[in-house]
Design a protein around this ligand. Sequence first.
Ligand code: GLN
Length: 537
Amino acid sequence: MAKHIFVTGGVTSSLGKGIIASSLGKLLQARGLRVTIQKFDPYLNVDPGTLNPYEHGECFVTDDGAETDLDLGHYERFLNVPTSQANNVTTGSIYQTVIENERKGAYLGKTVQVIPHITDEIKRRVKSLGNTGKYDIIITELGGTVGDIESLPYVETLRQLRWEEGQFNCIVVHLTLLPYLNAAKELKTKPTQHSVRELSRNGVQPDIIVCRTEHHVTLEIRQKIARFCNVESNAVIEAIDADSIYDVPLILLREKLDRIILDKLRLPSHKQPDMSQWKEFLGRLKNPTCEVNIGLVGKYVELQDAYKSIQESFVHAGVTNECRVNVISIHSEYISERNVADKLKDLDGVLVAPGFGSRGIEGKITAIQYVRERKIPFLGICLGMQCAVIEFARNVLQWKDADSIEMNEETENPVINLMEEQKNLKLMGGTMRLGAYRCDVKKKSKAYKAYKSVKISERHRHRYEFNNDYLSQFVEAGMKTTGINPETSLVEIVELEDHPWFVGVQFHPELRSTVSKAHPLFVDFVEAAIEYQVAKN
Ligand code: GLN
């Protein structure tokens, strides 16, 4: 039977619950346990697929095509285990199921209520992962902050589960903030006391308190928190600010968080976790032998989390190349023919990001023309690949009005087109081409050099596709299609013949890059950027 660890948050949002959950998962996994992490989001959207990145940051896509919270990206990057639809539950999806059941008459005439119907459905979702038999430990992160109205049904479910499963099978880790008052030169514990009291008022007593802090937490403060919050003093854990998110597992290891958890769950804790690979990764991360500057051209660059997986993929690929990758955000809306050289000339590589809608498109196309002509390494992802196709059509094939149907329905040359099955769709949520699809890679290509395989599978999230009516003209003019979906013949990868490294992919490689397995396309892209820099100097 799987055991459960719940991670709740107090005092403020953005304390890094996702990173704490991932780091804890990593430590338990390094002790040989089979771990998965699940996220509960207390909003009413059924999934974050319809949310603007400004609202929510990146939308992470799983192999089975779920559009999910970006924390699932952290879980996968840390654990190197794929997540699925079952790993992300929203209040919207809980209500949707309950209301559908009610319409079917499944509740046999009963009044449908938050308790027990909503809480039962939440419980079912928690247990469904455990019932797969694939995991020893399920870590469940409760989104939001304790005390929010939206979080109440989750806290109540947690209370019931703990009672049903017993304290040795279900424990609660509460993440909180210890603010530092500069004037008093003191860490303050009162907000933590209040948030624990709020949890207790709802019937949930945390077992462990993890304190986010900018300063070390003294024994005295630990004892004070322990006394006022009813936990053992060794169960007050310091999570001091770190240089990198990848330091956090080792910080928690030093605090013996994994040991304490195993003891509380009555699991054997004699063996030390094997973190050697992780430490090697960190060593390389902190001791790069070179440095490259790569431009990230996108329209959501103001928001740090909008391209989270891309940013992290560069960290992983940088480590493989022993190179620090400085990712320089460039707003596509402000790129014009007049300023493109100024913005891009000192870069060693350019990535054009995924996106939706026409804002910033012309800037992306202008940037691609610049890097194509100047032979600067280029990686285009999803919309970035589509823009590379449009740019090539306009400036090489000289079809001046070439466009994607998404941007211009009237174009005479729809080089990026809508798939037949997408044409009559009315609903926006969950209707794109989503999740993992197979791709055949041609042998003489940059893609094959990277993957070292002719059969790959990558995740998708888009509606529009390369228009195969134009295929032969593109190939003749030098844009090769080096990755093709074997079932549908849809183009997955394009490359340029006379360019050192110019690759566009319809899928999202960034969703598959992890600490233990940097994504091969990112690895080769960074390598190409290093080579470009060397040749330039
Ligand atoms: N807007 C494009 C499409 O829907 C690209 C999507 C993306 O970049 N994720 O096809």
